[in-house]
Every structure is written in structure tokens, then in C-alpha cells.
Ligand binder design. Structure first.
Ligand code: 0GY
Length: 298
């Protein structure tokens, strides 16, 4: 089966920034291997195989201690590859699953036992078909007693329509990639203000300050010739880190599914962190304290 996106960086650099001890890469994936864990028939892209062994090798190379493995749409609601990574991680990985409304209680219990602590709802029209909100609300009600949270992936323009649904959820909510802001607009303009207001008004809503490589227009250093990569994303991520220091998470997004133009060097992504979390205290909260509270509370 051929991948229809770029392969991940074959030799990521060792970051110049040394992450604090116990750091968590709180957004990454495993894919396949397709021979063992086939991709979902309804998928909108076909990734390269990206195994748990490769993920754990990257974790060690970047200096991280733990991973949160997030189910991506290319595996649909078949969580086997992600669960396989968790159970072979020696307790160093937790997971976010995709489940359907009719998931059996026994399956939820097994996922919990494996280390799953959340479910993901994806609202990107290019990635998934529409699921009625009441179905998603049902899933949220079913996972709430387990102490899990909901992870959502959407684009900034869709926030007004999703606001009431998000704020009615019975669990904590984690937003992927800062709600995908349009970084050609100002970080203090109305669109990003709306996202900041969502977190201000709802103390159980968190944000990942991840994926500068997806959100950036100015691009990485090799393309723009400047020392600082993804500079247009900095004001957005830094504002969230400084305004909500106890509710932000960071992750590599390895192996960077569905990127078609530029494949980041994961070491340089880690070097981006001190630009958005500029003190040791903010770095420790972002990389250690916050993900540990959310994923390793027990
Ligand atoms: C990401 C980004 C993407 C893909 C998925 O679940 C997915 O397939 O999230 C994307 O295409 O933007 O967070 O990994």
C-alpha cells in the first residue's frame, strides 16, 4: 500500500534545547505496520508505517520520557495499533482513542487498562464524515465516569458553530494545535480572541500548543532563511502558554501525517519550545506537570 504523503524525517537532529526530566510528548501517533494493523477503509489519506519502536527511539533521541499516542483518522475506530504501543511502553505511554457510540463497556474497560485516558473527536471535513453531535455527546457521557477527557481537532473558522457543543461536554476538553488559528491574522485579533475567551470562560478546557509546522505560513528555517523557525506561530502559542500556564500541552505530532509539502526535523520542533515557553517554570509546566496531571494522575 503506497503512502500518499511525505515520509517522516529519517534523521531528526538532537535538539539543542534539553527538555526537563520527565517530559511528555503529548501528541504523537503510530501507524500500522499495515500488514499487522490495517488502515481504515474510510480513511482520507494513507500514511507511511510508523511503528512503536520508531516512536520510542525518537522519544529517547529527543530526550523525552513519555508519550501520549493519539488515534488518527487513518486508523478509524480501530485502536489496535495505538493500544499495542501503550502495552509495550512499560508504562511510558498513554493513549487517546476513537470509539463509536455503541462501544461495549468491556471494551472501554480494556482501553482504560491499556492506558487510554481520552477520546478524540475530529471535525475536519477533509478528514472525516459528519457525526451528529448527539452521538458525540453520548460517547462523552459514557467515558466521563472513567475520568477520561475529550480531545477535539477543528479549524478556527468553525469554533463559533462548535462553541455550544464544546462547553456542554461533561468532561475536560483538550484542543489540538491551538484550534488551528489563521496566523496571517493578528494574535490579538477577533478570531484568536474568541479562542482565548473559550479557555478564559471554561477552566476545564486545555490547548495543545503544537504543530507550528502545520499552522505556519512563514515556514521552517531552511525555507525562509531565518534562524527562528515558524516565527509567525510564536505570538499565538506564547500567548496561550503565558495566559494558561497550567492548561497547555505540547507534542511533536510525529510522524506528521498528511503533510504534503514540508516534513519537519523533530529536533528543530523541540528547539521551538523555548520560543513559546520562555522560562524554566513555564517549560516544566508545559512538558511535565500538565501532561502528568492529565494522563498519569493515577
Ligand atoms: C494531526 C493532524 C492531521 C491528521 C489527523 O487524525 C488525523 O488523521 O489528525 C491533519 O491532517 O491535519 O493532528 O495529526
Amino acid at each position: 500500500m503506497d503512502a500518499d504523503w511525505l515520509p517522516f524525517h529519517p534523521h531528526p537532529s538532537v535538539p539543542a534545547f534539553r527538555v526537563p526530566p520527565g517530559s511528555v510528548d503529548a501528541h504523537c501517533h503510530v501507524f500500522g505496520p499495515a500488514g499487522l494493523f490495517p488502515f481504515a477503509p474510510e480513511r482520507r489519506y494513507t500514511p507511511c508505517d510508523a511503528s512503536r519502536r520508531q516512536l520510542f527511539a525518537l522519544r529517547d533521541r529527543l530526550g523525552f520520557a513519555r508519550n501520549v499516542v493519539v488515534q488518527a483518522t487513518c486508523h478509524g475506530a480501530d485502536n489496535r495499533a495505538m493500544v499495542d504501543a501503550l502495552v509495550h511502553s512499560e508504562g511510558r505511554a498513554r493513549g487517546v482513542a476513537t470509539v463509536r457510540r455503541d462501544v461495549a463497556p468491556r471494551e472501554l474497560a480494556q482501553l482504560h487498562e491499556a492506558g487510554v485516558r481520552g477520546v478524540r473527536f475530529n471535525f475536519l471535513k477533509r478528514l472525516v464524515d459528519f457525526t451528529p453531535r448527539e452521538e458525540l455527546m453520548d460517547i462523552a457521557r459514557r467515558i466521563a465516569p472513567l475520568g477520561w477527557h475529550v480531545v477535539v481537532y477543528f479549524e478556527a473558522a468553525d469554533l463559533p458553530e462548535l462553541w455550544d457543543f464544546f462547553t456542554a461536554l461533561p468532561t475536560a476538553l483538550v484542543v489540538d494545535h491551538m484550534g488551528r488559528p489563521d496566523v496571517t491574522r493578528p494574535a490579538d485579533g477577533p478570531e484568536f480572541e474568541r479562542f482565548v475567551r473559550l479557555l478564559h470562560e471554561h477552566e476545564n478546557i486545555w490547548s495543545k500548543v503544537s504543530c507550528p509546522e502545520r499552522v505556519s505560513v512563514s515556514g521552517p528555517p531552511a525555507l525562509n532563511g531565518e534562524r527562528n523557525a515558524y516565527r509567525d506561530v510564536v505570538p499565538f502559542a506564547r500567548r496561550l502558554v503565558e495566559t494558561f500556564p497550567d492548561r497547555v500541552l505540547w507534542g511533536t505530532d510525529w510522524p506528521h501525517p498528511n503533510l504534503k509539502h514540508h516534513m519537519p526535523d523533530d529536533g528543530l520542533l523541540v528547539d521551538f519550545v523555548p520560543q513559546i515557553a520562555i522560562t524554566e517554570e513555564l517549560q516544566r509546566k508545559l512538558l511535565v506537570d500538565n501532561p502528568m496531571r492529565l494522563y498519569w494522575a493515577d
